[in-house]
Design a protein around this ligand. Structure first.
Ligand code: IPM
Ligand code: MG
Length: 355
């Protein structure tokens, strides 16, 4: 199969982890006789520095004309620490999500048997956790009206949702739940927020179309608590943009390291695959970042964009082998011998080619 993939490395450790995902994907291509054309494009701070725009039109065109997008990370402290910065790298990511119509962010959280004891949460709490968040990605407070009063002393952001936006996200949730344990949790703040009441009402209406799905409605503060108490009681969770942003970072702790969890952003057209972690600027250039989240994002890409399930499975099994053999970066080595980013990638490539 011929695969054309836009490659957006981005900032910080982005280029380093992307590099390993490319190595692993190329090994998969060699093994299964696919032909991958990588189409690199600028984004984030790197794009601001070179063309003054974190998501230039040329990058958008490359994304549109590719079969899928593989993305590293975005953001640099020099922008975070300057509240008056006119252009921010993150704007590039938000614009990219909006312009590519990526309205659903699929963020799985699962545990690796060999890493259960690396999690700060107790084994009996997390064993068997296998949940998926579907986070709405192109609406809500991220994209609502925002501003400042004339004297600059009052600021506001508004959370706006339409029934259509909620419906299309919720449908993805119901469909995903149909392929899993048929349980769906709608996370909202319907006791306070009007937009949440519209979420609840919309999802309640959809329930009739999916009689097999058992739907629960939980308030976001309660979910934040239960997520670390009994994460293994959840299956598919749907929620709005900001709640999803916060809860998915929280959920990543369950697996033992933020450097492990992949994600997919999907919509009507091309999908985008990215690790859920950020650009980890302190580690830039040190060859120490964990590449697994990006490599597992590539696995999701093979599966979801190309229906290449054996390919995804081989990546996952190589990753499991590396974790079992403790071929891991320093975030997982517990003070024992750790491996470099590129060494973890090299190991996975060998595993795949020798399988
Ligand atoms: C994420 C990130 C982004 C978000 C930032 C970088 C804008 O935290 O993908 O979760 O808030 O959506
Ligand atoms: Mg986030």
């Amino acid at each position: 199969m011929k695969l054309e993939i836009a490659l957006l490395a981005g900032d910080g450790i982005g280029p380093e982890v992307i590099n390993e995902a490319v190595k692993v994907s190329n090994a998969i291509a060699q093994k299964f006789f696919h032909e991958i054309t990588w189409k690199p494009a600028l984004t984030g701070a790197a794009a601001i520095d070179s063309v003054g725009d974190p998501y230039p039109e040329s990058t958008h065109n490359i994304c549109l004309t590719s079969d899928a997008v593989l993305f590293g990370a975005i953001g640099l402290p020099r922008f975070d620490n300057d509240p008056s910065a006119k252009i921010r790298p993150e704007e590039g990511l938000l614009r990219m999500r909006k312009k590519l119509g990526l309205y659903a962010n699929v963020r799985p959280t699962f545990t690796f048997p060999s890493l259960i004891d690396k999690s700060p949460l107790k084994r009996e709490r997390i064993e068997g956790t296998d949940l998926v968040f579907l986070r709405e990605l192109t609406g809500g407070i991220y994209f609502g009206k925002k501003g400042r009063s004339n004297d600059g002393n009052i600021a506001y952001d508004t959370c706006t949702y339409s029934r259509d936006e909620i419906t299309r996200l919720a449908r993805k949730g119901f469909e995903l739940a149909m392929t899993r344990s048929k349980r769906l949790c709608c996370v909202d703040k319907a006791n306070v927020m009007e937009s949440s009441r519209l979420w609840r009402e919309t999802v309640q209406n959809l329930e009739k179309e999916y009689p097999e799905i058992e739907v629960s409605y939980e308030l976001v503060d309660a979910v934040a608590m239960r997520l670390v108490q009994w994460p293994n009681t959840y299956d598919v969770l749907i929620t709005e943009n900001l709640f999803g942003d916060i809860l998915t970072d929280e959920a990543s702790v369950i697996s033992g390291s933020m450097g492990l969890m992949p994600s997919a952003s999907i919509g009507n057209g091309n999908a985008l695959y990215e690790p859920i972690h950020g650009s980890y600027p302190q580690a830039t250039g040190k060859n120490i970042a964990n590449p697994i989240a990006t490599i597992l994002s590539a696995a999701m890409m093979f599966e979801m964009s190309f229906n290449l399930f054996d390919e995804g499975k081989l990546i996952r099994s190589a990753v499991n082998t590396s974790l079992n053999k403790e071929i891991v970066t320093e975030d997982l080595s517990n003070g024992k011998k750790s491996f470099k980013t590129s060494e973890v990638g090299d190991f996975l490539v060998r595993e795949i080619l020798n399988s």
